[in-house]
Design a protein around this ligand. Structure first.
Ligand SMILES: NC(=O)C1=CN([C@@H]2O[C@H](COP(=O)(O)OP(=O)(O)OC[C@H]3O[C@@H](n4cnc5c(N)ncnc54)[C@H](O)[C@@H]3O)[C@@H](O)[C@H]2O)C=CC1
Ligand SMILES: O=P(O)(O)OC[C@H]1O[C@](O)(CO)[C@@H](O)[C@@H]1O
Length: 384
């Protein structure tokens, strides 16, 4: 049986990556710091996924186990040494914390003389996620390890799309997911070409796919979340009923289409359909998705290459309108959530520092005109 190591037994890990790997006949070792999840995985070796459709279809996943990397890092290294694939869904900010373990796994393969190629596939909402992991892993490798890595280890970028909200069930492993799913892997960066995962689309150039996904699903969802929070809604579904929130989403989508059409070989009518489908996915009445989940980590979401600042920069460079994206940026700066450390940090930065400095710090922008435009929109939505 082929073996997979997957970092992050959370929503998307169990709710999507686990499903695909299991359906492809993989035995999966989930790596996580959540002791409850890991203990349950080891006690039962199976869990259930429910599709958020009228029929509430269930899918049984088996052949799973758990490793707590906080308590048993050696077991993670041993598992990587034997794995056929390594995947992650832990959040971009956490990738640096697993880098050393990944490096030790690679080193162990070299020392053990493993000649089987292995890919590390980061399934995070970010552009270039696997390459970012590679950048963090490399400093932990010797020259010999690096030569081994060049030959046998790949870090293909990927895009994953399935809405998996936060879960509240008596069964800690049970996970409800939307029926839609899409996983695209950059085939040109693969090292292990001995198998292809069924249910995964392999593309030679990932960039158009990841940009279409990130700037449509993630920019769009975040638009609903930050507008929803601004108008006082708790869930995505409630927020979408508000006409101005829906209009804000449609306006962001229209700007996204203009950018994608200017950059890539998409057809406008296909993008329109893709965006309509996304609106209906956000409006799935079987899913209760909290505004705080979709709006989480606002400082990350204001990043230079993230879902708002990057399209704004690229639209501006092309002389295209970015007013709708800019408006959401204003609402991100007004976003509060006491349970989110980045939301709290952003609000305290705004209290003690000069606004222009805060904008520069969180966005990494240097374009003075754009910074001034952001200042204006932040002031427009500031609550006090
Ligand atoms: N939930 C969703 O709908 C989707 C999420 N994603 C991406 O997947 C990633 C994970 O998101 P979710 O599954 O929603 O989050 P989540 O919070 O449900 O899962 C993350 C898991 O990582 C674990 N974790 C945290 N620190 C760790 C560490 N140092 N070592 C090992 N495990 C650690 C957590 O305990 C948790 O179980 C994010 O990058 C997100 O952008 C991508 C597509 C869809
Ligand atoms: O904040 P993150 O990590 O991008 O996760 C939230 C996102 O995850 C998703 O559920 C799936 O990509 C999006 O709908 C949402 O924007």
């Amino acid at each position: 049986m082929k073996k997979a190591v997957h970092f992050g037994a959370g929503n998307i890990g169990r709710g999507f990556i686990g499903e695909i790997l299991s359906q492809n006949g993989f035995e999966i070792a989930f790596v996580d710091v959540n002791a409850t999840i890991i203990d349950e995985l080891n006690a039962r070796h199976e869990y259930t996924i429910e599709l958020a459709n009228e029929a509430h279809t269930t899918i049984e996943i088996s052949g799973v186990s758990g490793i707590n990397n906080g308590q048993n890092p050696e077991a993670v290294i041993a598992a990587i040494a034997e794995a056929d694939v390594v995947t992650t869904a832990i959040g971009p900010n956490i990738l640096p914390f697993i880098a050393e373990l990944c490096a030790k796994g690679i080193q162990t393969r070299r020392i053990n003389g493993v000649k089987k190629s292995l890919d590390f596939i980061a399934c995070e909402n970010m552009i270039g996620g696997s390459e970012f992991l590679l950048e963090k892993v490399t400093p932990f490798l010797t020259d010999e390890d690096k030569a081994y890595m060049d030959e046998f280890i790949g870090f293909p970028n990927a895009a994953v799309d399935r809405i998996v909200p936060n879960q509240k069930h008596d069964d800690a492993l049970y996970v409800v997911v939307e029926p839609f799913h899409e996983w695209v892997i950059d085939e040109s960066q693969l090292k292990n070409t001995s198998f292809k995962l069924e249910g995964v689309h392999y593309a030679n150039a990932l960039e158009p796919f990841i940009e279409r996904k990130l700037f449509s699903v993630n920019s769009g969802h975040a638009t609903v979340a930050y507008n929803g929070a601004y108008y006082g809604y708790k869930t995505i579904l409630e927020a979408l009923q508000h006409e101005e929130v829906l209009n804000a989403l449609k306006a962001v989508q229209a700007e996204t289409r203009a950018l994608l059409l200017a950059k890539w070989d998409f057809k406008e009518e296909d993008l329109v359909k893709y965006h309509e489908t996304i609106i209906s996915r956000f409006g799935n009445t079987q899913i209760i998705d909290e505004v705080t989940r979709v709006g989480r980590t606002p400082i990350r979401k204001l990043g230079y290459d993230e879902r708002f600042i990057r399209p704004i920069r690229e639209l501006k460079n092309r002389g295209l309108s970015y007013a709708a994206h800019l408006d959401v940026v204003g609402k991100i700066f007004a976003y509060t959530d006491d349970g989110d450390s980045q939301a709290v940090e952003l609000q305290s930065m705004l209290k003690v520092s000069d606004l222009e400095e805060v904008i520069k710090k969180v966005t990494d922008l240097t374009d003075e005109k754009l910074i001034a435009e952001i200042e204006t929109v932040v002031k427009k939505y500031a609550k006090s």
